[in-house]
Design a protein around this ligand. Structure first.
Ligand code: PEP
Ligand code: MG
Length: 889
């Protein structure tokens, strides 16, 4: 048995469970060897050895000796010595990390060839052309990967040789051509690396191993890992394996195949084969490959054996496998296998096919798909094949593909869309004023703000495509145009296309294809194989999950859509949008009112409007719980802009106009102006300072619920107080709401069931959750503000300003506004859950921040025992799926 500080493992000593140590390729080669499949023998240098090398800049002690021992075993098994002049053993040296990083790291083939052994190979193989071709490949690969010589020097020389001869195919070069190419390649190495090509086979091998270790840190590998969120410190394993040759004439060849179609998920094998070629030729696409069906015509026995092995591998791995193979003079060899990458559509379809074939059960099928894949299937998308003219790239804030005429203010958006035009609303950033424009636009594009900016949050809530923070755009809303820095100018009415899944902004119209899956969720009968697979897996997720899934919806329309998507109630109905538009005037009246009577009059006008708002929401969610949050943002958001108002007053002064109301308004706006409004008079603080506002809302909610019940409906309001930091704040407001409830019940002679609870969105609330739980029937974690307040990050600014640097420097792998910061914000949530339940075992717990729709965060919320997550309507199916998956883990 291998022991600690074993740097090298023979294939026979590994298996697929040792992926972390042996890398994916090494572990799977070992697994295939152990299955008795035809795998050329070899050994694997561990990722641990790579980490030690990268840390100290030199090979760890003992590695060289262990490589010698394993090489000796390999030589024994093959009956040949590495680089032997008479009959050389040749090996490949290949990278292979725990996570697949296709094409990111290095490989060198044909190690062991030199001026002498190439002669031996020619004699043994009785094929001089093959030997010369193998040697020139070694020089080319060794030169470019180990010695860092620009690959073009070699490929140009190869092309030159073909041009000189007037041929286009490598296969048309004869022995003499290759011999002379070998000399040219050696000269290139001498010229660019300053050394002769090393003739010593062991030196070739050691240098190749080092090159593979080093390739872990190439720019492209680093970039790929960042994109795929693969940790930086894993290192790669190195696989050293006896060479088999697909380039030994027309009875040889190399191929790549999948046990099912990785694009569509269709059952049935799928692959490419290339005669007289090594693996790299298949991938590089230098000649046209043939299908597996055509391979059958060329070499039926290898083909049949391959299909047999594919079936063995799929049954063994119980998953779709991706396989590389070589045929050497009619003998089939397996060079690699792994569980294959697939499109989201294929993932869903393959999972249910495998259930039907008895390979896996529904739980396993559910584990094999993800919310991210489902989200991907739900977005309309741009036709991948269409020509596109890229203008800029911003943040992918709300996915989808939107095409429309650029408009620069909400009023134009509304007017044009009423005339039947598709529009994209372009702003520097959006404010609640833009809401109406956002609702009618196909998409929203901003040049400022991050993924939790107003534009992003609201657009996601509406399922509207949004690209935000496209900083290369200079948006001039007054002129009605934007300029692309150093490029085109787009004016109002020009058609643009935005991709909310990639953040790309295109000039002109890019064709869009609709999502079958969304049409299915909307209740349309859709005959498409992916829809059937999604429906079955959703059903299983619903049957499996412990957590409920609610939605964040402020209007009856959103609530109804979310319900079609499977929402089981509303977790957050934000009420602030109900004070916009014409109702702004009433808020102004409230603020400029002198004395209680004036305030009461303003509130009396708001009450019936609010009652109607809530009645509609209750109707849409009949029978399901509805959490309504009392008004949260600072009131000046509903008042005119301080600068504009000051200018208007100055002009009025000059003209001698009195404008009494405006003057009062200006005084109020000046009085209410705050440097840090997010930390100012908002949430529960408003409820304490202007009590009438909260009690009016509470009355409207309760009266609407009563009316709904009288009409035969079932309303279950949960009144939620925002931004509570101390139990005293909650008690003050709660006392008044309870008073209102008693009044309403007495007036109507009817009981109105309701709950009163609070958001936990300030660190102090989380830290004193035990006390607060004594006064609350439910908590809903407002993880947007909780993240903002815990990190001290302004949620409207930081993502666009410095998060890219933070991500690059590894402060966090993903924005904490997107995926919950488990160590910090998550710790507060966990603590609040424990303390809250200890005091009040019946405390009902949910989350309504953006994280409620984020897959990784959902798994955390399940683990800490929340009763439900609440997210925007479009994320409801994703949350249902992930809540199901979370229950399985
Ligand atoms: C929150 O803070 O997480 C929340 C849901 O409230 P809002 O986003 O409206 O501040
Ligand atoms: Mg909040």
């Amino acid at each position: 048995m291998p022991q600690v500080n074993t740097w090298v493992y023979d294939f026979a000593d590994g298996d697929k469970s040792k992926k972390d140590l042996l890398g994916g390729k090494g572990a799977n080669l070992a697994e295939m060897s152990n299955l008795g499949l035809p795998v050329p023998p070899g050994f694997t240098i561990t990722t641990e050895a790579c980490r030690a090398y990268l840390k100290h800049g030199t090979e760890p002690d003992g590695l060289s000796d262990q490589v010698s021992d394993h090489l000796a075993t390999l030589e024994g098994a093959m009956g040949r010595r590495l680089g032997d002049p008479d009959d050389p053993l040749l090996v490949s040296v290949r990278s292979g990390a725990a996570f697949s990083m296709p094409g990111m790291m290095e490989t060198v083939l044909n190690i062991g060839l030199n001026d002498e052994s190439v002669v031996g190979l020619a004699r043994q193989s009785e094929d001089e052309r093959f030997a010369m071709d193998s040697y020139r490949r070694l020089l080319q690969m060794f030169g470019s990967t180990v010695l860092d010589i620009e690959g073009e020097h070699f490929s140009d020389a190869l092309d030159g040789a073909k041009d000189d001869k007037g041929v286009t195919d490598d296969l048309d070069l004869d022995v003499d051509d290759l011999r002379s190419l070998i000399e040219t390649f050696k000269a290139i190495i001498k010229q660019h690396a300053g050394i002769d090509f090393p003739q010593d086979p062991r030196e070739q091998m050691d240098r190749a191993i080092r090159a593979v270790f080093d390739s872990w840190n190439t720019d492209r590998a680093v970039l790929y890992r960042r994109q795929e969120r693969i940790p930086e410190d894993l290192g790669t394993a190195v696989n050293i394996q006896a060479m088999v040759f697909g380039n030994r004439g027309m009875t040889s060849g190399s191929g790549v195949c999948f046990t099912r179609d990785p694009a569509s998920g269709d059952q049935g094998v799928y692959g490419d084969y290339l005669q007289n070629a090594q693996g790299e030729d298949v991938v590089a696409g230098i000649r046209n490959t043939v299908s597996l069906a055509d391979m059958r015509e060329i070499d039926q026995s290898s083909h049949d054996e391959l299909l047999e092995i594919m079936s063995t591998l799929e049954r063994h791995y119980r998953d779709m496998c991706d396989i590389e193979f070589t045929v050497e003079q009619g003998k089939l060899w397996m060079l690699q296998t792994r569980v294959g990458k697939r499109t989201p559509e294929a993932a869903f379809r393959i999972a249910v096919h495998m259930v039907d074939e008895g390979l896996i059960d529904m739980d396993e099928a559910l584990r094999r798909v993800s919310g991210e894949q489902l989200a991907n299937l739900m977005f309309p998308r741009f036709d991948a094949k269409a020509a596109k003219d890229l203008l800029a790239v911003g943040m992918n804030a709300s996915p989808g593909a939107a095409v429309g005429k650029a408009v620069f203010d909400w009023a134009t958006a509304v007017e044009w869309s009423e005339n039947g035009e598709d529009v994209i609303l372009v702003r520097k950033e959006t404010t609640p004023d833009d809401l109406h424009g956002m609702m009618v636009a196909k998409g929203v594009l901003t040049s400022r703000g991050g993924k939790t900016s107003h534009a992003a949050v609201v657009a996601r809530g509406m399922g509207r495509t949004c690209v935000c923070g496209a900083e290369a755009l200079d948006v001039d809303t007054r002129a009605g145009e934007f300029r692309v820095r150093g490029g085109k100018t787009i004016v109002e009415g020009d058609v643009i296309s935005i991709d909310g899944s990639t953040g790309e902004v295109f000039d002109g119209e890019v064709p869009v294809v609709a999502s079958h899956v969304v049409r299915h969720f909307e209740g349309t009968e859709v005959d498409h194989p992916v829809v059937e697979a999604v429906a079955r897996l959703m059903e299983h997720a619903d049957a499996t999950r412990r957590m409920r899934v609610r939605t964040n919806a402020d209007t009856a329309d959103d609530a109804a859509r979310a319900r079609r998507f499977g929402a089981e109630g509303i977790g957050l109905c934000r009420t602030e949008h109900m004070f916009l538009g014409e109702r702004r005037q009433l808020v102004e009246n409230l603020i400029v009112a002198e004395g209680e009577t004036g305030q009461e009059a303003a509130l009396d006008e708001l009450l019936p409007l609010q009652r109607q708002d809530f009645l509609k929401v209750f109707a849409a969610m009949d029978g399901l719980p509805v959490t309504i949050r009392l008004i949260d943002p600072p009131l000046h958001e509903f008042l005119p802009d301080i600068t504009e108002l000051s200018v208007a007053m100055a002009v009025a002064d000059v003209r001698g106009h009195r404008k009494k109301r405006e003057r009062k308004l200006l005084a109020a706006v000046q009085r209410m102006h705050e440097s840090n409004p997010m930390l100012g008079l908002r949430g529960v603080r408003l409820g304490i300072v202007i009590p009438g506002l909260f009690t009016m809302q509470a009355r409207a909610i309760l009266e609407a619920a009563a009316e709904c019940i009288r009409g035969g409906g079932r309303a279950e309001p949960e009144i939620m107080i925002p931004l509570v930091a101390s139990v005293r704040e909650l008690d003050l407001v709660k006392g008044r709401i309870e008073e209102v409830a008693r009044e309403v019940e007495a007036e109507l002679g009817q009981e109105v069931p309701h709950k009163i609870g609070t958001m936990i969105e300030l660190p102090r609330a989380a830290l004193t959750a035990g006390e607060i739980a004594g006064s609350a029937e439910f908590f809903s974690f407002g993880t947007n503000d909780l993240t903002q307040m815990t990190w001290g990050f302004s949620r409207d600014d930081v993502e666009a300003s410095f998060f890219s640097t933070y991500l690059e420097q590894g402060v966090f792998p993903v924005s904490p506004f997107e995926s919950l910061d488990l160590d910090g914000v998550g710790a507060l949530v966990r603590r609040a859950v424990t303390a809250g339940r200890e005091v009040n075992p019946d405390l009902h717990l949910g989350v309504c921040g953006e994280h409620g729709g984020d897959p990784a965060s959902i798994h955390f919320f399940d683990e800490v025992g929340l009763d439900y997550v609440s997210c925007s309507p479009f994320r409801v199916p994703v949350a249902r799926l992930e809540a199901g998956r979370a229950a399985l883990s």
